[in-house]
Write a protein that binds this ligand. Structure first.
Ligand code: FES
Length: 135
C-alpha cells in the first residue's frame, strides 16, 4: 500500500469533496424563479398601455406586456438582482432592469447582467378585452 504525502492526500480529498458537492448540487442547487406566488387578476386591455402592441404596465408586482405581434406575456416585475422594477422592450421581446442592466427573456429566464436567477413567469388568457393574469 502506497503512503500518501500530505500534499497528495489534500489533493485527493479536495477532488473528492468537489465531486461530492457537484453531485449533491446537481438536482437541488438550481435557483428558483422569484416573484409573487399567488397571482390572479384581470386587466381591461381596450385602453391604456396594453391597448397597443409593444405596450406594458406593472400591476400587483407583475409586469404585463403586449408583444409587437399582439400576444400577452407576464413575469414578476421585481428584478432578482437588487429589486429594480423591470421594463419591457418590444424590439427585443425581453424584460430589462433599468438599474444595472439585467435582461430577462419573454419567459423570465435571466439572459444577461448581474443575476442568474429568473423572474417568475405567469399565465395570461384573453377573453374579449379582459386579460386574466394568473399563476
Ligand atoms: S436591480 Fe436589476 S440589475 Fe440590479
Amino acid at each position: 500500500m502506497k503512503t500518501l504525502t500530505r500534499k497528495e492526500f489534500i489533493e485527493q480529498v479536495g477532488i473528492g469533496a468537489a465531486v461530492l458537492f457537484v453531485a449533491a448540487c446537481a438536482g437541488s442547487c438550481k435557483k428558483t424563479a422569484q416573484g409573487p406566488s399567488s397571482v390572479n387578476f384581470t386587466i381591461d386591455v381596450s385602453t391604456g398601455n396594453l391597448a397597443t402592441n409593444g405596450g406594458f404596465l406593472v400591476q400587483n408586482g407583475v409586469v404585463v406586456a403586449r408583444t409587437s405581434s399582439g400576444s400577452f406575456i407576464a413575469v414578476a416585475a421585481t428584478c432578482t438582482h437588487q429589486g429594480g422594477t423591470l421594463n419591457y422592450s418590444s424590439g427585443s421581446n425581453q424584460f430589462v432592469c433599468p438599474l444595472h442592466g439585467a435582461i430577462f427573456s419573454s419567459t423570465g429566464a435571466a439572459v444577461s447582467g448581474p443575476t442568474s436567477t429568473a423572474v417568475q413567469k405567469y399565465n395570461t388568457t384573453l377573453t374579449g378585452n379582459s386579460l386574466r393574469v394568473y399563476s
